[in-house]
Design a protein around this ligand. Structure first.
Ligand code: ZN
Length: 281
């Protein structure tokens, strides 16, 4: 059973193939929801069972135009991967790493797909990314079983304060990428079976309509299955955990075009959807 999961105005919801959202607590007669984080922690099997109820349910409204929050507002862990596209490593003047470069976006930075990004004074940058949402407890998962541990995929912006990121040596990416509102995610979480090839998705980012980033996730140096396998070889991944998988080239730091108040950042991943976030002072 396929899953499209959303946070509609603070409540967990499933989305039907026609684009209607169904309140999860109502749909499951109170078994799941209303809290979106709790619903994702219930994991893939529980949400698949709920999705089976969609056929007999009348939508609460269209997803288009709904007020959407971060699909998983409070994951236990929110990982991010640095330098995971060769093009971005090159524009950053860095070697392609031999093991994944992993840092944390602290969950307090997460906001929804249409929320404002409140810019700090200096060097705010955009990074469109595919984001993995874990669906099953994962420990020592082999690569070939990794996709089965993924609830779904969503779009993310790894907004980065470059001045803060590089204020310390070695750089502290955790803080530089975790200012409040620096983690837009959404609009929905889409289960991998709904995608023609979940390992090859077009993604792009525009700033005020100008295309700055454009690539495919098949360009990832460490792909989703290998990231899940690698992380789960070290620690336990829990349902609802997020993994930002890295960004392709075209970031503002490379061209010295940083975000300014009033800029609209549009972020898209094929088969999942589009986020539009306005930068404010
Ligand atoms: Zn990033």
């Amino acid at each position: 059973m396929s899953i499209r999961f959303a946070n509609v105005d603070g409540r967990a919801a499933l989305v039907d193939p026609d684009g209607g959202w169904h309140d999860l607590e109502r749909l499951t007669a109170g078994d799941l929801g209303p809290d979106p984080t709790s619903a994702t922690r219930a994991g893939t099997d529980a949400l698949r069972a709920a999705a089976a109820l969609l056929e007999g349910s009348t939508a609460d409204g269209p997803l288009e135009g709904a007020v959407l929050g971060a699909p998983v507002p409070e994951p236990r862990s929110c990982f991010a991967i640095g330098l995971n596209y060769g093009s971005h490593a090159a524009e950053s003047g860095m070697e392609v790493p031999s093991v994944p470069v992993v840092f944390t976006k602290f969950p307090s930075c997460l906001v929804g797909p249409h929320d404002d990004v409140v810019l700090a004074a200096t060097a705010a940058d955009y990074e469109v990314e595919l984001v993995v949402v874990v669906g099953r407890t994962a420990r020592d998962v082999p690569v070939e079983q990794a996709w089965d541990h993924v609830l779904g995929l969503t779009v993310g912006q790894d907004i980065s304060d470059r001045a803060l990121q590089f204020a310390a040596q070695p750089p502290h990416c955790d803080l530089g990428k975790s200012r409040d509102t620096y983690g837009p995610t959404g609009p929905v979480v889409v289960s991998p079976d709904l995608l023609d090839d979940p390992d090859d998705l077009e993604l792009w980012c525009e700033v005020d309509g100008e295309r700055r980033q454009h690539d495919r996730t098949s360009s990832l140096i460490v792909d989703v299955p290998h990231l899940v396998a690698y992380l789960s070889s070290i620690l336990t991944l829990h349902p609802g955990d997020l993994v930002f998988t890295g960004t392709p080239d075209g970031v503002g730091a490379a061209s010295q075009q940083f975000l300014r108040p009033g800029d609209v950042v549009t972020s898209h991943v094929e088969g999942i959807g589009t986020m539009r976030n306005t930068c404010v002072a």
